[in-house]
Ligand binder design. Structure first.
Ligand code: FAD
Length: 460
């Protein structure tokens, strides 16, 4: 394996870097790598940049996502989707996600998905990232060539395959595409239809149907509210219920909340753990996603085990392959875009030798310490990358490594205010935002930042 960059006294170098994916993570990674002086190629299998925010009405041929040979669709975005965080909190540090004075744009504080896609496409244009992106080019194989100490990438553009060599690879392929499906006893004999929320687009096909949704995530909530105006009955089966109570939901004639499904039967019945049951037409699994890197060959240096991607130092570098392989966007329960920005600044600085990584052994020790602390606190493996309250510490650590200002307090205040608003009023928290002072605080930050768009970070 190549050596890690060693000490910051080493000369600053430019690397040839492949970025896989042109969603929010890939776009900001490309910008940070280029700012640092690296040459960058971004591979994107879609026909435009923006990642999962590029809505498509298309769905997969196997709607439950189990058949590995199915035709796949990247985006999980449904037609009615609005952000679940205020737009200002989501923006990159030096490219604010503010409302535009343009009738074609969505000015809401929690805008629809198209507005987020347009923000990302504006960002790519503003920073000249478009010219680095190869659209409709899928990476099919990534492997480390020991003799050359380089990465070989095989990509496919329509029917043309190409092999290329890179010094480093940054994986930004997103992790909301490969459905995770819950096991439902009796499902093989059940007479109804099943699908995963990945393939839900709009309520029309559910006219007069009895629908059971599994899960208590934002998607289950949004989709159930989408369906109530069209479906005959909507039933949610949830493991944890923080702010609602089981039974018929107030303000709806046809929405019920149940404990988890016990089993389903051939006659179409769905039995819940409290003994109640319904005869249903369809089950929608709103049960999340799996990390999936079908193109990546690392000889076992990176594996996915119960949705833990590892070992990864700081959720980014596999110690044995650092800094030549890295991942942006692995943590969840976070404010995503600004975290992607800090992760990619760190990767860019490490690759150029400006920032030093610890030794491989020290990185492994750090990963082991994380695993031990998770185990001690009873956190399941699949929650390894859930940061939530830990994100400020994590982001500040990254900012410190990069010599950037500390993570902005107002973002987290918006994050917590949104959670509080959601708990108090799930139905309308997006339209009844009561903490306008936080938006004003964000604007105070955004105004000076937007005057220096091309220089978001003070290097040491
Ligand atoms: P993606 O946006 O998924 O981009 C990955 C890109 O990689 C895609 O363009 C894909 O085509 C490409 N790609 C994949 N494999 C290959 C390959 N082999 N070769 C070439 N290209 C490839 N976050 C928020 O901050 N606010 C929200 O309100 C919010 N709402 C969400 C709602 C839903 C339903 C979901 C699923 C997620 C939501 N998120 C939200 C989280 C969201 O995932 C992030 O905001 C962010 O957009 C993820 O960006 P990404 O670049 O990591 O991945």
């Amino acid at each position: 394996m190549p050596q890690s960059p060693g000490h910051a006294t080493q000369p600053i170098v430019s690397r040839h870097v492949a970025v896989i994916g042109a969603g929010a993570a890939g776009l900001v990674t490309a910008r940070e790598l280029r700012r640092e002086g690296h040459s960058v190629v971004v591979f994107e299998r879609g026909d435009q940049v923006g990642g999962l925010w590029v809505y498509t009405p298309n769905v997969e041929s196997d709607q439950i996502g189990l058949d590995p040979t199915r035709t796949t669709v990247h985006s999980s975005v449904y037609h009615s989707l609005r952000t679940n965080l205020p737009r200002d909190s989501m923006g990159f540090s030096d490219y604010p996600f503010v409302a535009k004075d343009d009738p074609d744009r969505d000015p809401r504080l929690f805008p629809g998905h198209r507005e987020v896609m347009m923000y990302l496409q504006d960002f790519a244009r503003e920073f000249g990232i478009d010219e680095l992106v190869r659209l409709e080019t899928e990476v099919v194989r990534v492997r480390f060539v020991e003799e050359e100490e380089k990465w070989k990438i095989k990509s496919k553009q329509r029917h043309k395959e190409m092999d290329e060599i890179f010094d480093a690879v940054v994986v930004c392929n997103g992790h909301y595409t490969q459905p995770l499906v819950s096991h439902v006893p009796g499902i093989n004999k059940w007479s109804g239809k099943q699908m995963h929320s990945h393939n839900y687009r709009d309520p029309k096909p559910f006219q007069d149907q009895v629908v059971v949704l599994i899960g208590n995530s934002a998607s289950a909530f949004d989709i159930s509210r989408d369906l109530v105006g069209v479906a005959k009955e909507v039933h949610i089966a949830a493991r944890t219920v923080k702010c609602e109570t089981f039974g018929k939901q107030p303000a709806y004639d046809n929405l019920w909340l149940h404990p988890m499904i016990k089993n389903v039967c051939e006659d179409g019945s769905v039995h819940f753990q409290d003994g109640s049951f319904v005869i249903a037409n369809i089950i929608i699994h709103c049960t999340g996603y799996k990390y999936h890197f079908p193109f990546l060959e690392t000889n076992g240096f990176v594996i996915v085990d119960d949705n833990r991607v590892g070992p990864l130092y700081k959720h980014i570098f596999p110690p044995a392959l650092a800094p030549w392989l890295s991942f942006v966007g692995i943590p969840f329960q976070v404010i995503t875009f600004p975290m992607f920005e800090l992760q990619s600044k760190w990767i860019a600085g490490v690759l150029s030798n400006r920032i030093t990584l610890p030794s491989q052994e020290e990185m492994m020790e750090d990963v082991k310490a994380l695993y031990s602390s998770l185990e001690a606190s009873g956190t399941p493996k699949r929650e390894t990358h859930a940061l939530d309250d830990k994100q400020v510490k994590y982001n500040n650590w990254l900012a410190d490594q990069c010599g950037c200002p500390a993570y902005e307090d107002w973002r987290m205040e918006m994050y917590y205010a949104t959670i509080k608003g959601r708990l108090a009023n799930l139905e309308s928290y997006r339209d009844e935002w009561e903490t306008q002072h936080l938006v004003l605080q964000a604007y105070d930050f955004i105004k000076p930042a937007s005057n220096q768009v091309s220089d978001g970070c003070v290097f040491p």
